[in-house]
Ligand binder design. Structure first.
Ligand code: SF4
Length: 286
């Protein structure tokens, strides 16, 4: 790796290290180095969120994984960070010279890759062998739409064995909202079933992106449906670690980009307060 550009919190380019599957991100959210693993090198996802930042996003699944390349890149990259001059070369601020997490998250839905379970196991075993786990976190960032599949559940069990967690995308608790924001055919009830599957197998946090679309802010309909949904999962005893609210920080690559603005910090904080009042832990990034 010869790339020596400065890696900043605004640099989320998937190819800043010149690798196929591995990309480094200095994450504002995690306060250190996040090592991303991108299975969706074809920029394909089964959803089309209107805030998505993936360039040339297409509808589809991740391509077949080249396991030997993934293994080679992960070993090489971790070795560079742990024993090489990675942090110097990228001029990383000394405060951020820590591996916060390995995040299975890329240019599409990661659980759509054919051998998802095998891939999670490979990543977990290499990171453990090289001493990154269990000190750092292992995170799967997913839209949750494929949690009903057996191979995904086997992968979640593996994630759990390595102490990992799922960040489950849940942007709206209405079918209309999910259609608008995620362009997802999946209903709210089906999303709820998948959330329950995820939480039963592995530590699961809900990640919700709130945007101001067409100047509507956060409508009462959306807000009330979301709060009702949280009451429901609490009553059903679904174990949710945390609710993470965030808004758009970088421009969307989708045609709706011009109609969107970040939701105001006041609205975000007020909403967070209402969620806390239901007994949930909430983190707000705005
Ligand atoms: S689920 Fe993620 S990758 Fe897929 S469209 Fe939405 S934001 Fe983009």
């Amino acid at each position: 790796m010869t790339n020596s550009t400065r890696l900043t919190i605004t640099d989320h380019s998937r190819d800043s290290a010149g690798l196929t599957y591995i990309y480094p991100v200095l994450s504002r959210r995690s306060g250190g180095l996040s090592i991303g693993v991108n299975f969706n090198i074809n920029n394909a996802c089964n959803w089309r969120c209107i805030y998505c930042q993936v360039p040339d996003l297409t509808l589809g699944a991740a391509p077949l994984l080249d396991f030997s390349l993934l293994e080679k890149e992960l070993r090489q990259f971790l070795s560079d960070v742990l024993h090489g001059d990675f942090f110097d070369r990228f001029q990383v601020d000394p405060r951020n010279r820590v591996i916060k997490d390995i995040a299975i998250s890329g240019n599409g839905e990661p659980t759509s890759v054919q051998d998802f379970d095998k891939a999670v196991n490979l990543i977990g075993s290499i990171a453990t062998e090289m001493g990154v786990l269990p000190n750092s976190n292992l995170v799967l960032i997913s839209n949750g739409s494929l949690m009903h599949q057996t191979k995904v559940q086997v992968g979640l069990r593996s994630l759990h064995r390595y102490g990992g967690e799922v960040w489950f995308k849940f942007d709206s608790a209405t079918d209309a909202g999910r259609n608008l924001i995620n362009n997802a055919a999946q209903t709210m009830e089906s999303a709820l079933r998948n959330l329950k599957i995820s939480a039963a197998i592995c530590q699961t946090k809900i990640q919700t992106c709130l945007v101001d679309y067409s100047g509507q802010g956060l409508t009462d309909v959306e807000k009330n449906a979301y709060l009702q949904f949280l009451k429901r999962i609490k009553n059903d005893g679904v174990a949710i670690g945390k609710i993470m609210l965030y808004t758009i920080a970088r421009p969307s690559m989708q045609p709706e980009a011009a109609k969107m603005k970040p939701l105001s910090p006041e609205l975000m904080r007020h909403f967070a307060g209402e969620i806390r009042a239901l007994g949930f832990e909430v983190r707000v990034d705005c």
